[in-house]
Every structure is written in C-alpha cells, then in structure tokens.
Design a protein around this ligand. Structure first.
Ligand code: PLP
Length: 601
C-alpha cells in the first residue's frame, strides 16, 4: 500500500507528485504548502480544509448521471435533487454548495426546525425544499410560512398525525398549503451499515393501510391535489444496488396504485439517499458504477409506469454523503513518535550491567544487514525477560530504562537496514515493532464515526510520499481517553515514515470527512472543532477564504453555560496582575497543543 490506496478513494481529486500530496485542480497545489501558509498565519493545531470545487464537481456529476440515463431511456419525468442538511449544515460548506447548485435547481432537505429555517433562508428560490423526520405542529406551521415566502416546499409525512396537523394548520391559518409527500414503509430494506432506516420494522414511514388512510383523509378534506410525492430511504452508503431495485419496484407500484386511485397530482418518487462513498483505502467496497445506479432507477420506474399505464414520475434524490464527503480533508500535525525518547544519548550503561543488557548492547553494536532480523527478534525476547526481572526485583529502574532504549534502538536500526533489503520480511513482524504517532487532534471531535462505528477513513501523510513508509503505525489523539486511538490492524495495515520531528514536519491527512463528521463530533475533553478554511481557486489562483479559528477556551466554557465573568473573577482574585494577564491570554487561545516541532520554524 505504498500510495495509500489513492487510486481507490480519491476519484482523481488528489494525486502524488515529488513526494507530496497535491490537489488535482487548477494550479495543482500541494496540501503541505497550504498547511504551511495557514500555520504561518499562526493557526496551529488540526485543520479542516474544505474544497468547494469538489462539492461543485459532485453536484454536477449527480445531475449529469441522471441526465444521461433520462436521455438513454427517453424518460419523460424530470430529475431533481436536494441536499440533506443533516449531513453537513456548516456555513463554510453549505453556502458554496447552494451557490454551486443554483444552475441545476439543486435544493435542500430539512429534518428539524433549525434546518428548516436554514433551508428557508439560503435555498435558491424555485429549487425544491423537502422536509423529512418527525414534526410537530409548529414545524408544520413554519413550512406553511416557507410556502408563503414562495418556496417550492414539500412536507413528507412520517405518520398520520402529521397529516392531521397539516389539516389543522390549513384550517387555522390563511397561509398557502405546501405540497404533501408520504414516506412509505417498504418491505424491502437496504444493505450497508445504515440499513435500519428502511424496511418493514423501520422507525419511519407509513404502512400500506396508513397510506390508504392518508389518501382518504386528504380526499375527504378536499386536499388530495396537494399530494405530489412518495418517498423512501432504504439506508445510507449502499454497497450494492440490488436492494434499491427492489425498493424502486415496491414504491413504483405504490405510486401507480395511488395515481390510479385518483391522486392525479401525484407526480414524483423521492428515492432518498444511499449513494456510497469509497472510504476504504484497501479495496473497493462499492459494487456498482454510478451510471449503472442512475440507469437502474430510470429503467425500473419507466417499466412500472408502462405496466400500470401511468405517467413516468419525476425523480428526487437526497444523497448527501456522495455530495459532501470528499469536500473536506482533516490535517493533523504529528506531535511525537513514541520511540523518539529512546535515543542513544539517553543510555546510561553501568560499569557492570546485568548479562542480558550486555547482550542487548552487543546486538546493537554488531547488527548488520544479515543479522538484522534475527537480532530484532532476540532483542524483543530479551526485553520481555528483562521486564519480568524488573517485576521480580532483580534489576533496577536504570537497567530497565537501558533495556527499553537498547531494544528500541535495535528495532530502528534493523528497520533501517531491512527497508531496502527485506521489506517483505519486515512486514511480517509489523505487530511487534509498531511505532505510535501522537496526533494533535481529537478523534471524538473530528472522526466520531471512526470512534462510534469503526468507520474507515483514508489516511495518508501529505509529504514523504517518495520514501518507503517502514513503521507499522498506531495513531493516538490528544484526548485523555484510551478510545482516542486508531490501533494498528494487520488486516488493514497503516505504514508511516520514520521521521525526526525535531528536524522535519510531518502531517497526516484524513480524507472524505465532509459528511456527518462535523456536527456529530463532540467536545470530549473540551476540544472543539479544528480551525477550518475554504480553499478556493479563482482564475487558477489559490485563495484561502473564511478562516474560522478553532474556538477559544473561554468561548468553549461559555458554550457549556459557564458564567465566564465569574471564572475570570475567581482566577483574577488569587493572582497578581502580571500573572493573571498571562493566564487571560491563554483563555483566549484554543485548546489544541502548540505542536512540538514549532520551535524549529
Ligand atoms: N434522506 C434521508 C431520509 C436520510 O435518512 C438520509 C440519511 O440517512 C439521507 C437522505 C442521506 O443519505 P446518504 O447518507 O446516503 O447521503
């Protein structure tokens, strides 16, 4: 895995040249140059780089896929898409998305009152807004207000009570009525990690009996003409297309049945999200081609419409992961390599050392390319025995320190010797010779899906890519929590470089983090969001826009409802003026670590 699987996950958005990870766009800058530029402005710690040109690319790709399919099958319905706000609501991501979407009529999907307010504020007029999720009367009232503002809005009901609330608001106000959609609870559910949102036992949607009741209720109240859409969502990140085909058939028949019953304005099927993103850097996990996906949707719905003699429905999709994941890259400075403290100048050998330590020292001095592997094994055995001797009280702390240093020195020296000669052999003992890399970020804040559900993200250093990575790596974040670790996994091994951080900088990038991670992240240990920047290109020139610095300590405390005036008063009371002023300066900085190598800058 010498190029970190970039051909699998990057969709040609990034490439490696002269040892650097570069952006495959416009002036093709290196990520390292961007990072240096931002750090030179005194923004240290982890960084979130957002790339609006990639969001634009994804939107355009989505519409092109469906346009191709519509053309190929001479389909009569129209294609529409909305971005589900829950996937990423942050302004640096969302505002460029809305701008990019304008030419396509790309809309927004809201799942809560706050998201609905965002959609009403920023959506391009005329582009659709859909509302999913559980609603109360207040939320429905807000949707009526959005309609009055002129928005093209559809309330998708999750249950009959929501329909009853719509009828109430319609009677109680003089506001115009939005379109109504019905989320159907399909028998066929999806595959993949998030399949629970579909299927007959799903939390969401109406059963067939309820769909018929909804139809009757609308008809009785003379509002049937507002029923325009049926909706389903069988799960996020579908890895195969088969469940979608089944769901399309089932929903297509429900659409046709309702139309033939008398729902004459019913004109659209909303197929939810589900388009997968390639998160693995080891092997492709998505088993379909995107064009195949769009073709299947069009082909299946066309056939059902023909079979039942109804109009071919307009299609809506709500894929958010596909649109947003690749827009954001997390870059974390490496603060420390665990073995860095095991340096030769820390060795304090005694005049007379325990025999095993003498042996370790000889191994270290005699090691050569032929003996490297054997000596490395021996040193690990010796270290284990010496640690046991320490537990039994036969060697002292100085001996133990010498043993640890010598063993690490032997490992490093052997790796250096073997990396050219016997790289494959080296890999066979990965587990035993891991290096631990301390990264300046919080997994809980920046990669919550990695912590919560073992979601993979492609990981790659942004420099040194012309050198062989020889260290099997475990990654540690800076939270005080053992879960804040990405352990070395021999089945999906990550190798990094053996770097001397006192002489060189080293950053790791996590790709495809633009979907769900930002707002699911939590302030464990009170680490808040990293500093973020929009990387934009104007006339081929790179510009860093909208730098949002990671939150200051004092603001984090205010966010969790502390009285920050009181905090300052208490701290100030017990300190002289000068010392308090220093402390106050720290309160106005963020809580990430100032990176260890920065004194070299
Ligand atoms: N629409 C609905 C109703 C959803 O529940 C979801 C996500 O679960 C989406 C759209 C977004 O789908 P995806 O994550 O596949 O982009």
């Amino acid at each position: 895995l010498e190029n970190y699987g970039i051909d699998i996950w990057s969709d040609d958005n990034f490439f490696i040249e002269n040892g650097l990870a570069k952006i495959n766009y416009a002036s093709k800058p290196a990520l390292l140059d961007i990072v240096r530029d931002i750090r030179a402005q005194d923004f240290k710690g982890p960084l979130l780089l957002r790339f609006p040109h990639l969001t634009n690319k994804q939107i355009s790709k989505l519409f092109t896929l469906y346009e191709n399919a519509i053309k190929e099958y001479d389909y009569k319905g129209k294609f529409n898409a909305v971005f589900p706000l829950k996937v990423n609501q942050l302004p640096n991501f969302l505002l460029p998305l809305v701008k990019s979407g304008e030419e396509f009529g790309y809309g927004l999907e809201a799942g809560s009152k706050a998201e609905l307010i965002l959609a009403m504020t920023y959506n391009n007029y005329g582009s659709p807004i859909t509302i999913n999720g559980f609603k109360d009367k207040e939320m429905i009232h807000i949707a009526f207000i959005a309609k009055k503002m002129g928005h093209n809005i559809t309330i998708i009901i999750e249950g009959l009570t929501e329909l009853e609330m719509i009828l109430e608001v319609e009677k109680e106000t003089s506001l115009p009525t939005p379109n109504v959609g019905i989320r159907v609870r399909l028998f066929n559910s999806g595959g993949g990690a998030w399949a629970k949102s579909g299927g007959i036992d799903s939390k969401f949607g109406l059963s067939s009996t309820e769909i018929l009741e909804a139809y009757e209720l609308l008809k009785k109240n003379d509002l049937l003409h507002y029923l325009t859409m049926i909706h389903f969502h069988i799960g996020s990140a579908m890895t195969t297309i088969k469940p979608l085909k089944k769901a399309l058939k089932e929903s297509g028949h429900i659409y046709a049945e309702l139309k033939n019953l008398g729902a004459t304005n019913l004109s659209a099927i909303n197929i939810g999200g589900g388009l997968a993103v390639e998160y693995s850097q080891y092997q492709r996990t998505t088993q379909y081609h995107l064009q195949e996906f769009a073709n299947d949707v069009i082909f299946t719905l066309k056939n059902i419409a023909k079979q039942k003699g109804v109009e071919e429905p307009d299609i809506y999709t709500e894929s958010g992961r596909f649109i947003s994941a690749n827009s954001t890259v997390l870059i974390t400075p490496v603060l420390e390599l665990f073995s860095a403290e095991y340096e030769e100048n820390n060795l304090r050998l005694k005049e007379v050392n325990p025999p095993l330590i003498e042996e370790l020292n000889e191994l270290y001095e005699d090691i050569n390319i032929k003996t490297a592997l054997e000596y490395m094994h021996d040193s690990m055995d010796h270290l284990e025995s010496l640690l046991k001797l320490f537990d039994l009280g036969y060697i002292d702390l100085q001996d133990r320190s010498n043993a640890e240093i010598l063993a690490q020195l032997i490992i490093k020296k052997s790796i250096n010797l073997l990396e050219i000669e016997d790289y494959e052999e080296l890999k066979r003992i990965d587990n035993k010779i891991q290096e631990k890399y301390l990264l300046n970020f919080s997994i809980f804040q920046s990669l919550p899906d990695l912590w919560g559900i073992n979601q993979e993200f492609p990981i790659m250093p942004i420099s040194h890519l012309d050198k062989k990575p020889t260290r099997s790596a475990s990654l540690w974040d800076i939270t005080c929590d053992s879960d804040g670790e990405i352990e070395f996994n021999a089945k999906k091994p990550l190798y990094l470089h053996n770097v001397d951080l006192e002489k060189e900088e080293y950053y790791l990038a996590f790709f495809n983090v633009g979907a769900y991670q930002d707002t699911l992240g939590m302030k464990h240990n009170l680490f808040s969001h990293p500093t973020e920047v929009n990387v934009v290109f104007e006339n081929n020139e790179l510009k860093l826009e909208k730098i949002i610095e990671s939150q200051k300590i004092i603001d984090i405390l205010e966010d969790i409802d502390y009285d920050t005036g009181e905090i300052k008063n208490i701290l100030e009371k017990d300190l002289d003026r000068n010392t308090y002023e220093i402390l106050e300066k720290y309160l106005h900085e963020n809580s990430y670590l100032k990176t260890a190598w920065s004194y070299n800058e």
